[in-house]
Design a protein around this ligand. Structure first.
Ligand code: AMP
Ligand code: GLY
Length: 421
């Protein structure tokens, strides 16, 4: 079959890599792709928010199956358009993607179905927000309601800081802004990935990611600086609780509302001493969490997504080896704030045929024969091994041999892990 992957990050590179190993995949395309993806797929630089253009591309190239990586085209209704044009695709409709694009929407689902999550109040004006903050104790959690590319969550220790953030958010804003003020959850974070179609679902895997820019979880939030899989803080009992008390009621409620969810439901969870609680949903695979799941599942990943889309759940076989995946993100110095690009990446060629190590590209492009940096997150070096520490060492051995001007990465990915609670 001819497959099209939408996106240009390490997540999409790992999907293209995994799909290419499946005999079902005869030809693979990617819009827009990057320098790494170009080595495996036919890449076309089109606007991923132009649904009509993507439909024309699919028709012209006789694409059989489309997998959408990032959230923006999902929230923009790409799946709705593909379905209308009878093109098989993997991902949620625009209406189902509200689970990521609106935090208040997700909270309303939690309210109706009694899903464990942080207590919250929704404020729709500065006055409300300033009033509601009085009802919480520090640390204060303040969230913008809509998609904010990881920049919409503020966690503050002092009330004066919380008040200042609220005032800043509403400064010079004419349009209505909704804010969620939430209870701060104490525990360990984990991510669970489930493939869903309506009320049917199957667990795809789990991971723990590192969101902060610096070692020891210090500094600003990023899209993710590394991850490992499986998560070590999800026991079989906790996993059952997540599926029964969080995933199942969510899918039931979405179905009852006439907007069934299909695609990946990525549950961001806090494992607390009172059990797992939902922090947020994403409606796609995580980046870089996808990389550690892809390296462990390989070709099986295509079958899982394909049979989920055709609602043939009995055909989905997810057989993990008893192994671990570790990924370390190499970034441009300055990320997640201002950074420079266009630097030549040195040392990648040496690792082309390394066993169980893959160099997934994010922000890269070709200039002539050279691969240069072209984004904040540049590469995610990903390994697998039967032992977490081995996978970690294998990954860092490669990280240390790759370089460019101002390169930056965390040195403690998969070092400190949380055991079961
Ligand atoms: P979100 O975009 O909602 O996942 O929030 C980003 C990050 O902020 C999460 O991964 C957590 O580390 C943290 N966070 C969000 N909400 C809470 C909460 N209620 N309690 C504690 N930490 C939170
Ligand atoms: N790594 C977090 C995300 O993809 O949202």
């Amino acid at each position: 079959m001819k497959i099209l992957v939408i996106g240009s990050g390490g997540r999409e590179h790992s999907l293209v890599w995994a799909f290419s190993q499946n005999p079902k995949c005869q030809e693979i395309h990617c819009i827009p792709g990057n320098a790494g993806i170009k080595q495996l797929a036919i890449c076309k630089d089109l606007n991923i928010l132009d649904n009509d253009l993507i439909i024309s591309y699919c028709k012209l190239n006789k694409i059989d199956f489309v997998v959408v990586g990032p959230e923006a085209p999902l929230a923009n209704g790409l799946i709705n358009s593909l379905t209308k044009n009878n093109i098989l695709s993997f991902g949620p409709t625009k209406e189902a993607a509200f689970l990521e694009s609106s935090k208040s929407f997700t909270k309303s689902i939690c309210d109706i179905k009694n899903i464990p999550t942080a207590n919250y109040i929704l404020a729709t004006s500065k006055e409300d927000a300033l009033n509601f903050i009085e009802k919480f104790i520090p640390p204060f959690v303040i969230k913008l309601d809509g998609l904010a590319a990881g920049k919409g969550v503020f966690i503050l220790n002092k009330k004066s800081e919380a008040i200042e953030i609220i005032k800043n958010i509403y400064l010079n804003q004419n349009k209505k802004i909704a804010l969620l003020i939430e209870e701060f959850l104490v525990g360990h974070e984990a991510s669970l990935f489930v493939v869903c179609n309506g009320k049917n679902f199957k667990l795809l895997g789990s991971a723990q990611d590192y969101k902060k820019i610096y070692d020891k979880d210090l500094g600003a939030n990023t899209g993710g600086m590394g991850a490992f899989s499986p998560a070590l803080n999800i026991s079989p009992e906790v996993e059952k609780e997540i599926l029964d008390k969080i995933i199942t009621p969510t899918l039931t409620e979405m179905d009852e509302r006439g907007t069934p969810f299909s695609g990946i439901l990525y549950a961001g969870l806090m494992i607390t001493d009172k059990g797992p609680k939902l922090v947020e949903y994403n409606v796609r695979l995580g980046d870089p969490e996808c990389q550690v799941i892809a390296i462990r599942l390989g070709a099986q990943l295509l079958d899982a997504l394909l049979y989920c889309s055709t609602n043939e759940f009995s055909k989905i076989k997810i057989n993990y080896a008893d192994d671990f995946g570790v990924t370390v993100v190499m970034a441009s110095g300055g990320y997640p704030n201002k950074y420079e690009t266009g630097f030549k990446i040195k040392g990648i060629e040496k690792f082309k045929n390394s066993k169980d190590v893959e160099i997934f590209h994010s922000g890269t492009k070709y200039i002539d024969e050279n691969i240069v940096t072209n984004g904040g997150r540049v590469l995610s070096i990903t390994s697998r091994s039967s032992n977490l520490n081995d996978a970690r060492k294998k990954t860092y051995k490669v990280v240390e041999k790759i370089d460019w001007k101002n390169e930056f990465h965390r040195k403690d990915i998969a070092k400190k892990t949380y055991s079961l609670i």
